[in-house]
Design a protein around this ligand. Sequence first.
Ligand code: PNS
Length: 161
Amino acid sequence: MQAAIAVYPGSFDPFTNGHLDIVSRSLPFFERIVVGVVWNPSKQPLFSAEERVKMIQEVCQPFGDRVVVESFTGLLVDFVETRGARIVLRGLRAVSDYEYEGQMALTNRHLRPAIETFFLMAREEVSYISSSVVRQVAMLGGDVSKLVPSIVVDRLHQRFS
Ligand code: PNS
C-alpha cells in the first residue's frame, strides 16, 4: 500500500540541492509530499518563511500538485497531524547528523507514537551541502551555483548584492 502523505520539515534557509534530492527521491513512494517550512518567531533567518515557501514552490513546480509547500509554527507533530499524515521525512548526510536527527525522531515519537520518521540517505554528490555553508559562501561572494537550485542562486545574489 502506498502511504498517502509524508511531511518533509525543515528550516530550508535556503533550500539546497540536497533538499531537492530528498524530495525527488521520496516522491515515487508517496501520493503527496508536504514540505513544511518552519517559522520560528524567535529566530532571525536569512529569508522569511514567506520567501522560503515561495522559493521552494518555484523549485518544486515541475513536480506539480504532488508537492505542496507550507509554513508552520509550533510543534511539528501537530502540523503533521493536521495535514492527515503519519510520516516525517528527513535526510541523513553523515554520521554527525545521527545524534540530532535521532533526538528529534525520538522526541516526536514520544509526543505522537503514531507518527514515524523515515530517513533517506543523501546522494554522495550532495551530502556535503548544508544551508549554513551555502549562506556563508554566498555572503562572502563565492559560487553556490552547484549547491542550490538556480532560483535560489538568484535570490541569494539579490540578498547579498
Ligand atoms: O532544517 P532543520 O533546521 O534541521 O529542521 C528542524 C525542524 C524544523 C525539523 C525542527 O526544528 C522542528 O521540528 N521544529 C518544530 C518544533 C518541534 O516540533 N520541536 C520538537 C521536535 S524536536
